[in-house]
Each structure stands twice: as structure tokens, then as C-alpha cells.
Ligand binder design. Structure first.
Ligand SMILES: C[S@@+](CC[C@H](N)C(=O)[O-])C[C@H]1O[C@@H](n2cnc3c(N)ncnc32)[C@H](O)[C@@H]1O
Length: 284
């Protein structure tokens, strides 16, 4: 059964590897450590680890200002945000209004609402994408098909209750991990950068080949324990040639494909007992 703690829908969201990652926490005696995602997106996995008692504090970072604005708004002004959800009409007029706000110089609270509205009303939650049911609402599913106000408000209230255990930021992934690596506390870092092949149409801030290279150089120097996930591509395998890796199957609703995904680990991370929780895992 899927359990959703995140109010955002996210293409390629990693909630689905929760049972594997929670086992990794046991296998590596990391229960109660802190946890960070430099490319957090919908942060479904981070929230689940927090709510189910695996980690003490989560650091969620995303360079996309729209995504950051959402997290910041629900942590700082949850009551106003939930009141707005209660009141807002989920219709095409508002969709056009909130679409028009993206990329404009509005404040974080307005941008956060716009991000949430589009994420819940667009096909697969892709902010740049089209509305569910089309502009003329002739489709089988309508604009409000994924906008269950009660359940979304509950999720936001639950997150706001633990806001002291959540830190959000809007940094480039590399600056974020440099800052984390300087901290004394134990932090497990899970990096889920934009895919090598699919990134451009799903998210903002498309990563170039050079960016993937730079990231791998940075990651190799990190002192904390880490794990990286990617689509299974030779270019990426070569960047992490010396590291331990597992390939497994991940079903990705946003791209309609069942693809091979790779997980790459820092040398100190044990994973042999945990991989049975992945679909068709193969150690590389
Ligand atoms: C594969 S998605 C992460 C999905 C996430 N693991 C989840 O379960 O929802 C990659 C994320 O990286 C963000 N991103 C892209 N370039 C970035 C950068 N240079 N620094 C930090 N975040 C970045 C994108 O906005 C996107 O949200």
C-alpha cells in the first residue's frame, strides 16, 4: 500500500523505495540520525522517514524556487495556506490565474499557492504541463480529480506540527551538500538529481552532462554517508565506476515506462541485506 505524506505529486517521486531505504537505516544503524535530500522535489520519502520514526530531522532542498516557495509557505504560514485551500475554487479560471503567476516576481506565499494549485491540477503534477481534462474540461477526469481538499489539508497540518524538525532551503545541490558536510551531526544524504535522459521535460533546472560530472566529483569527496539514484545510463555508470551499485526496476507513472534505475552508495554504506526490498535487484 502506498502511503502519502507529501501534499505534492511528483514525477519519479521516490516514496516507492521507502521499504528499501528504511531497511538501509537498520542495516547501517542509522535510526535516529538526520537525513538530507539536496534534490528534494515532493520529499515524499523524507517525510515518510520522519513520520515513521526513522530520522530525527530532515533537510529538504530544491533549487526550483516554485517548489521551495511551497515548502516555505506551508511551514511558516500553514493556517493561512489551509484556509486558502478550503476557499479556493478549483476551476479553469483559477488555473489560468495561477499559471500566470509562475516565473513572475510574486512573493513566496503567492508562488507557493500557485505551485500547489498547478501541481494538484496538472497532468502527472508537472508544473509546466497541461491541466487534467484539458482547457475545455472534456476529458474523463476533471481539473479537481487530484484535489481532495480534506486529505491535502490534513497532510499540511501534520507537516506543520513537526516543523521544528524540518529545514528547507533553495540552494544549488552542490552548495547544499558542501554546507551539510561541514556539520558535526550524523546525516545520511540521499541525492536524486534530475535524470540523465529524462530530466528536461519533467522538471525545471535541467542538468547538463557537465553538471552530472561536477556532482559526481563533489559526491566522491563527501565525508557523510550517501546514496545517489539515477536512470541506468553508461555515462552515469562511468562517473561512479569505483562505487558500489545496485540496479533495480522502478515503475514511473510520469514517463509511462518501467525503467532500470541505479542506486550508488558511498563505500561505508552496507546494503546487501536491504536490497531484497527492491524490485529485481542486481548488484553491479
Ligand atoms: C528527480 S527530481 C527529485 C524527486 C524527489 N526525489 C521526489 O521523490 O519527489 C529532481 C529535483 O531536482 C531539482 N533540481 C534540479 N536542478 C537542481 C540543482 N542544481 N540543485 C538542486 N535541485 C535541483 C528539481 O527541481 C527536481 O525537483
Amino acid at each position: 500500500m502506498s502511503i502519502y505524506y507529501s501534499p505534492l505529486r511528483y514525477p519519479g517521486g521516490k516514496n516507492c523505495i521507502f521499504s528499501f531505504v528504511s531497511k538501509i537505516f537498520y542495516e547501517n544503524r542509522l535510526i535516529g540520525a538526520n537525513y538530507a535530500e539536496p534534490y528534494a522535489g515532493g520529499a515524499g520519502l523524507a517525510l515518510r522517514l520522519l513520520f515513521e520514526g526513522y530520522v530525527e530531522h530532515i533537510y529538504i532542498n530544491d533549487l526550483d524556487r516554485s517548489i521551495y516557495a511551497f515548502w516555505k509557505s506551508i511551514l511558516n504560514r500553514p493556517d493561512e495556506f489551509c484556509q486558502w485551500i478550503k476557499d479556493v475554487d478549483v476551476n479553469i479560471e483559477n488555473w489560468n490565474k495561477y499559471k500566470g503567476i509562475q516565473g513572475k516576481g510574486v512573493n513566496d506565499f503567492e508562488l507557493g499557492k500557485s505551485t500547489f494549485f498547478l501541481n494538484r491540477t496538472n497532468i502527472s503534477g508537472v508544473i509546466k504541463g497541461g491541466v487534467i481534462g484539458g482547457q475545455r474540461q472534456k476529458g474523463k477526469y476533471k481539473i479537481d480529480a487530484r484535489f481532495n481538499k480534506k486529505s491535502l489539508i490534513n497532510r499540511i497540518q501534520k507537516i506543520a506540527e513537526v516543523k521544528n524538525r524540518i529545514t528547507v532551503s533553495n540552494l544549488d545541490g552542490l552548495s547544499f551538500i558542501s554546507n551539510l558536510d561541514k556539520k558535526q551531526e550524523e546525516i545520511f544524504i540521499y541525492l536524486d538529481p534530475p535524470y540523465y535522459q529524462k530530466g528536461a521535460d519533467l522538471y525545471m533546472n535541467f542538468y547538463s552532462k557537465e553538471d552530472h560530472k561536477k556532482l559526481s566529483k563533489h559526491v566522491h569527496k563527501m565525508k557523510k554517508k550517501w546514496m545517489v539514484s539515477y536512470d541506468n545510463q553508461d555515462f552515469i555508470l562511468n562517473l561512479y565506476a569505483e562505487q558500489n551499485k545496485v540496479v533495480y526496476k522502478l515503475s514511473q507513472a510520469a514517463s509511462n515506462r518501467i525503467g532500470d534505475e541505479i542506486l550508488i552508495f558511498s563505500n561505508e554504506v552496507e546494503y546487501e541485506e536491504s536490497i531484497s526490498a527492491l524490485k529485481s535487484p542486481v548488484i553491479m
